[in-house]
Write a protein that binds this ligand. Structure first.
Ligand code: A2P
Length: 349
């Protein structure tokens, strides 16, 4: 087990993972192993389809169970990465039983009584949790980490962004669809009609992530705006995004224009990014990170920082992060670690 960070005894919660067989669930297990997340017991839960499957954790097989009141009973911390419907089904039930649900979905993110947290940015918001904590969308997390550093230099005035999002953000079925399409193309065969995305994703890009919503923006674009505002506590920050799905398996990239209310030199922006936990900045403007390079670790890589000549105080940058790790599983585990450290998990006190 992990060495204690302070004089306090190690608390070892009973942990359940809903969606253990999914794209994020799999990464969650690996990150929990690597970080030696303390736990008394781990329950791996999914849909009835997966009952009886075995998943390895710390060298031991664990049998996947159905997600039911019986299998969730006694859990202190429940990580949920399944669907909004599943989160909504179990969140209130767990909350009523003094458990904490750390939810990867969008079901509760904008609820006034649910903290939406990136520990390096707004860990203090965990203090007012009421049993459910949401983790942000996988495009929001890296963005707020970069913006939070930059706003130490000058207040933010306006942000616009374009994302280039990997298929694993949609789930395991989307990865399988991309790989199958690449296989068909490689063999010179016709590509069957897609079932996950509205059009073929291999050799293509889709300017649509999630469904269309208000003002002709997609839900993903609105999530990015609303979540950024909530995490940074900037309720009216002018913000517009275009979210694009690209034929990349892991790591989301973003091209971001940030405008400030006063002078924010590149040198000071770079210094601020260097001081932000979890961010790695590339100072040479001709060197950059790609999704392949960012895949497999927990860092937010910021590169190609340059002035935006179209506004008085603005910069443009490129940001790349593993969407399954810091964009999802790692952030969820960091939230749990922070909650244990702050003694905020009722059952683990
Ligand atoms: P299963 O594999 O049994 O379908 P992904 O994001 O990769 O698509 O994964 C979604 C995850 O959510 C999977 O682990 C999936 O389990 C799980 N899931 C889907 N529906 C339910 C449900 N009704 N209850 C619990 N877990 C579910």
């Amino acid at each position: 087990m992990r060495a204690p960070m302070s004089e306090e005894p190690i608390v070892e919660p009973v942990v359940a993972v809903i969606g253990a067989t999914g794209a994020v669930g799999d990464v969650f297990l690996r990150v929990a192993e690597q970080r030696e997340f303390p736990m008394k017991q781990l329950k791996l839960l999914a849909s009835p389809r997966s009952v009886g499957k075995q998943l390895m954790f710390r060298g031991q097989p664990i049998t996947v169970e159905d997600t039911t009141e019986q299998t969730l009973e006694g859990a202190d911390i429940v990580f949920c990465s399944a669907s909004s419907a599943v989160s909504k089904q179990w969140g209130p039930w767990l909350r009523a039983r003094n458990a904490v649900m750390i939810d990867d979905g969008s079901a509760f993110r904008m609820d006034a009584d649910v903290p939406l947290v990136v520990p390096e940015v707004n860990g203090d918001d965990l203090e007012w949790h009421k049993g459910i904590v949401s983790i942000p969308n996988c495009t929001t997390t890296p963005l707020v980490m970069a913006l939070n550093a930059m706003r130490q230099v000058a207040p933010l005035k306006r942000v616009t962004a374009a994302s280039y999002q990997a298929v694993t953000g949609t789930g395991a079925a989307a990865k399988a669809e991309l790989e199958a399409q690449i296989g068909h193309i490689g063999r010179g065969e016709p590509v069957p009609a897609p079932t996950v995305y509205p059009v073929q994703i291999a050799m293509n890009v889709l300017p649509q992530v999630d469904d269309f919503d208000e003002d002709d923006y997609t839900k993903e674009e609105l999530k990015m705006r609303n979540e950024t505002r909530k995490i940074l506590h900037l309720d009216t920050l002018p913000f517009a995004a275009t979210c694009v799905r690209v034929p990349v398996v892991v790591s989301h990239s973003e091209a971001v224009h940030a405008e400030f209310t006063s002078e924010a030199s590149i040198a000071r922006i770079i210094d601020a990014l260097k001081s932000q936990a979890g961010v790695v900045v590339t100072e040479d403007p001709t060197t950059y990170m790609t999704p392949l390079q960012a895949a497999g670790d927990d860092l937010v890589y910021v590169s190609r920082i340059r002035r935006d000549p179209t506004v008085e105080h603005g910069i443009v940058f490129w940001c790349v992060t593993d969407n399954l790790r810091k964009g999802a599983a790692t952030n969820a585990i960091q939230i749990a670690e922070e909650m244990l450290r702050r003694n905020l998990v009722p059952g683990a006190k």
